[in-house]
Design a protein around this ligand. Structure first.
Ligand code: IPD
Ligand code: CA
Ligand code: CA
Length: 269
């Protein structure tokens, strides 16, 4: 395993321990509302702190972009390396004791994601990938599914829950998907949804309005597992727009076709 990936795994496992300990007593969590339907707990913050400490100890010069503390330059200023961190992806699930949440850590080098970890502390499933070296689940190689027919495909998504500008376009797409696929799931942690596409548990995924920390690690998992990710035009702008489609290559192109007619001025690529 590449040393940088190894450090990311160490950081993710440490955060996972904090999350697991706290999950035993979610009734006493202190929850703050960042904005409508956007929650943060002391667990998100503690998990982020331990991740940043672990990464900084090994790579003090690297820059960091983390959900709760924002962007920080490295010890020598902005670096070509940037760690992109979601310390607890799926906070709403976590608060409810609904066991679908994860730690997500990606490393971008000159803007290209080169390593990624998604760790599910509940199931102890560790998804890892390094650019050009494949994707793994608990050290076993994973690949996207080979399912080609949309009618047989299981598709993951995330519902709009805060910004409702795209709600109508989203629901129109949802209706089409509902008719044309074998089923749709909304598990509630985007990084894990992407990891599930990489592992072939989902054949495809779409969501609008995500943040870089939701996607950084998961997108590398998918491409390293032989899948495709893109924005609504099938291009590479998803980290900037937050609008993402992923899947095995055959399902990916069919998802693009379903979504294309629903693109609106607001719902840009
Ligand atoms: C959220 C989850 C969810 C997705 C939201 C994200 P958070 O992350 O990934 O699945 O639908 O858009 O914000 O806030 O729990 O880290
Ligand atoms: Ca998130
Ligand atoms: Ca989060």
């Amino acid at each position: 395993m590449h040393p940088m990936l190894n450090i990311a795994v160490k950081a993710a496992r440490r955060a996972g321990q904090i999350i697991n300990r706290a999950s035993m007593d979610v009734g006493h969590l202190k929850v703050s509302v960042k904005q409508q339907s956007d929650f943060v707990t002391e667990v998100d913050r503690a998990a982020e702190a331990v991740i940043i400490d672990t990464l900084r100890e090994a790579y003090p010069q690297h820059s960091i972009l983390a959900e709760e503390s924002g962007a920080t330059a490295g010890s020598k200023g902005e670096s070509d390396y940037q760690w992109i961190i979601d310390p607890l992806d799926g906070t709403t699930n976590f608060i409810h004791g609904f066991p679908q949440y994860a730690v997500s850590i990606g490393l971008a080098h000159k803007g290209v994601i080169s390593h990624g970890v998604v760790y599910d502390p509940t199931s102890n499933e560790l998804f890892t990938a390094s650019k050009g070296a494949g994707a793994f689940l608990n050290e076993k190689r994973i690949r996207v599914s080979s399912r080609a027919k949309l009618a047989e495909a299981l598709i993951g998504t995330g519902f709009p829950y805060r910004m409702f500008d795209h709600a109508d376009a989203y629901l129109a797409i949802f209706k089409d998907m509902m008719k044309k696929t074998a089923g749709i799931r909304r598990p509630g942690a985007a990084s894990l949804d992407l990891a599930y596409v990489a592992a072939g548990r989902l054949d495809g995924f779409w969501e609008f309005g995500l943040s870089p920390w939701d996607m950084a690690a998961g997108t590398l998992l998918i491409t390293e597992a032989g899948g495709l990710v893109g924005d609504l035009a099938g291009e590479t702008d998803y980290m900037a727009t937050g609008n993402i489609i992923g899947g095995n290559p055959k399902i990916f192109s069919q998802l693009l076709q379903i979504i294309a007619p629903h693109k609106t001025a607001k719902l840009a690529a």
